[in-house]
Design a protein around this ligand. Structure first.
Ligand code: NAD
Length: 433
């Protein structure tokens, strides 16, 4: 049994609790070894503890150094400061990694595979803002200060270059506005160029582009980009744009990475317009959970989750409304969980059909061949591979039928040959509970 991993869970506001429940159902079906410490923040934090970022939530993350978080509501124009920004500052979560990959083909943009790396602590998000009163207008002038430091730029750029190289990316695009904000974003461009010369030239390609042109190019020809790395505000805007290339905010996960902790969340907000209706797409948070599994080096589980999402959308054709489907959050989640459970059961059955029953695999193969239900290889390893690939391509319902047939055939042959029953062949083992 794998080691348990303590982690903080913040359900968040609006659609947060709905998509968090859906994501937990998927993680449970996978057998993910997280021990959750549930905490409140955002509006829920105010209701529970009178604070949008209660001390208990901070203490929990300080202890676990790992969190899965639903979206937190922040009032616009006034009111309390964003708990998301405060969390990033508190745990020095300097890198915001926001991948966007096409999962449902045939949309306006196909085969998108982009990553936006956003600086998460500096720039115009530091919250140094004030109004200046003139005569009797207290809001006559609004001012904001942006701060980017050499150290902060180096930190995020190094993260981006290293991540790009480690994950086989070919090109890093530095996005800036150094023609107008010559100091504030000039320092980012200049630092990138220096670092590239010092450490990365010859290992990966680099280019720079002005943010407004970048937005236009992303819409005209997004395939020219691979990884975009940019300052805080531009990263926030461009990552929503990039989410739009792969089906919308319901498909865009994010990771906030720092030296002290990592917090995984969807790119989207609390979606108050659809909260409580049971129609939110939980995939963005599920993909964030897959990033969390990767972060904990549970890569096989992360791959199973991504594969199950892909199959539920594209083979079972179960999709929420934002993707043009008719399923609600619960229906999508149920289909996904069946996928995960079905494959997990098949994996148990196929793990090694011959170890305690010599001749078992051959017997099953000949039975299936006789029934014209199997045309693949006839050794145990081949059977396992072929059954796996079949399960991958079948809908949950068909997979169940396939295995029911497989089970019946196996039992007949086992009885005929007096090989005996394997306890792996329990009836209904693929049925989701
Ligand atoms: P939003 O991302 O919540 O919603 C934008 C649009 O996308 C809405 O029409 C919404 O219905 C849709 N949408 C978002 N997620 C969806 C999903 N999973 N499935 C289907 N449709 C989805 O942006 P907003 O309305 O501008 O912000 C609402 C609140 O969320 C604000 O208080 C904002 O500050 C906060 N917010 C929080 C985070 C975070 O916690 N990381 C991020 C962004 C915004």
């Amino acid at each position: 049994m794998s080691k348990r991993i303590p982690a903080t869970l913040i359900a968040g506001d609006g659609i947060g609790p709905e998509i968090v429940d859906a994501t937990l159902a998927a993680l449970d079906a996978l057998g993910a070894p997280f021990d959750w410490d549930r905490q409140a923040a955002g509006l829920a934090g105010i209701q529970a503890a009178g604070d949008p970022l209660p001390q208990a939530a901070l203490d929990s993350i300080r202890k676990t150094r790992l969190a899965l978080k639903g979206p937190l509501e922040t009032p616009s124009g006034g009111g309390y400061r964003s708990s998301n920004v405060r969390l990033r500052e508190e745990f020095k979560l300097y890198a915001n990694l926001r991948p966007a990959r096409t999962i449902v083909p045939g949309g306006r943009f196909d085969k998108i595979d982009l990553v936006v790396v956003r600086e998460n602590l500096e720039g115009l998000y530091i919250g140094h803002e004030h109004y200046v009163q003139i005569d009797d207008d207290p809001h006559a002038v609004a001012m904001a200060t942006g701060i980017n430091t050499r150290a902060g730029c180096r930190h995020i750029l190094e993260y981006a270059f290293e991540h790009a190289i480690a994950t086989g990316r070919k090109k890093v695009t530095i996005v800036h506005k150094a023609n107008i904000m010559k100091a504030l974003t000039g320092i980012f461009k200049e630092t990138a160029e220096q670092m590239y010369e010092e450490k990365y030239k010859g290992r990966i390609a680099m280019e720079s582009v002005i943010v407004d042109a970048c937005a236009m190019k992303l819409v005209l020809n997004p395939w020219q980009f691979d990884m975009l790395v940019t300052t805080n505000l531009f990263g926030d805007i461009l990552s929503d744009l990039v989410a739009g290339l792969v089906g919308g905010l319901g498909m865009a996960p994010g990771a906030n990475i720092g030296a002290d902790a990592a917090i995984f969340e969807a790119v989207h907000g609390s979606a108050p317009d659809i909260a409580g209706k049971g129609i939110a797409n939980p995939i963005a948070l599920m993909l964030a959970a897959a990033m969390m599994l990767d972060h904990c080096r549970l890569t096989e589980m992360a791959t199973r989750l991504r594969t199950a999402i892909d199959q539920t959308l594209n083979i079972d054709q179960v999709r929420t409304g934002d993707l043009g489907g008719r399923a609600g959050t619960a229906q999508f989640t149920q289909a996904l969980v069946s996928r995960i459970r079905g494959v997990a059961e098949a994996a148990t059955l196929l793990s090694d059909p011959t170890d305690d029953q010599p001749g078992w695999a051959d017997a099953v193969v000949s039975a299936l061949v006789k029934r014209r239900a199997y045309h693949g290889p006839t050794d145990a390893a081949g059977l396992r591979d072929s059954a796996w690939s079949l399960v991958r391509d079948l809908s949950a319902e068909d997979a169940e039928k396939f295995f029911a047939g497989y089970q019946r055939a196996a039992r007949d042959v086992l009885q005929a040959n007096r090989i005996g029953q394997s306890d792996r062949l329990r009836p209904g083992f693929l049925r989701p509970s």
